[in-house]
Design a protein around this ligand. Structure first.
Ligand code: GLN
Length: 188
């Protein structure tokens, strides 16, 4: 059976994640209300603008439903702004977050939009993700990682993909390259 994967659809890179999921063999479901979470195998919080997405979560009363989804143990992947929304704390224009992932997210830590770049993961990335090319767009950096947090990939020595139990956070945009290995990993 084709798994259904939700994408929080308030703002951001929803369409590109949906294409990546289709390529990885899943059905993408836009999430805008609690009911949309029913029956999902996993959930993606996309990149975009974390302040805007956070305000949308207020408006749509999605904070508790999203926390409950994460507590159910199903995989949740936050990418870029989505990673910020998972973090325990945020530095540099703080924004309300779900506070589930034991990490500090430093917003726009590489500079402004013009400082966007792409780079391959360093040697030593998790098996199956070797050579993964990462696109960074006004990306955050993840610091002060808790003891339960595992670093799965680094770029230039900094963690860019981390995992704490069922929670995954990428500071880059895995949906913007043809390489769907991270989406496949989330589904496995
Ligand atoms: N700079 C954005 C923020 O802080 C994140 C950028 C992105 O998701 N590409 O919310």
């Amino acid at each position: 059976m084709t798994p259904s994967v939700g994408i929080l659809a308030i703002q951001g890179d929803v369409a590109a994640h949906a294409r990546a999921l289709a390529k990885a063999g899943a059905r993408a479901v836009p999430v805008l209300r609690e009911k949309d979470l029913d029956g999902l195998a996993a959930l993606i919080l996309p990149g975009g603008e974390s302040t805007t997405i956070s305000k949308g979560m207020d408006r749509l009363a999605l904070w508790e439903p999203l926390r409950e989804f994460a507590a159910s143990g199903r995989p949740v992947l936050g990418t870029c702004a989505g990673a910020i929304l998972l973090a325990r704390a945020v530095e540099h224009h703080p924004v309300p977050t779900l506070g589930l992932l034991d990490a500090l997210a430093v917003r726009n830590a590489y500079g402004t939009q013009v400082d966007s770049f792409s780079a391959p993961v360093d040697k030593g990335a998790k098996k199956g993700l070797e050579g993964l090319r990462c696109v960074f767009i006004r990306a955050p950096q993840l610091e002060e990682l808790g003891l339960e947090v595992e670093t799965l990939a680094r770029v230039e020595g900094r963690p860019v993909l981390i995992r704490q139990a069922n929670l995954w956070a990428a500071t880059f945009h895995p949906e913007l390259t043809p390489d769907t290995r991270l989406h496949e990993l989330l589904l496995s």
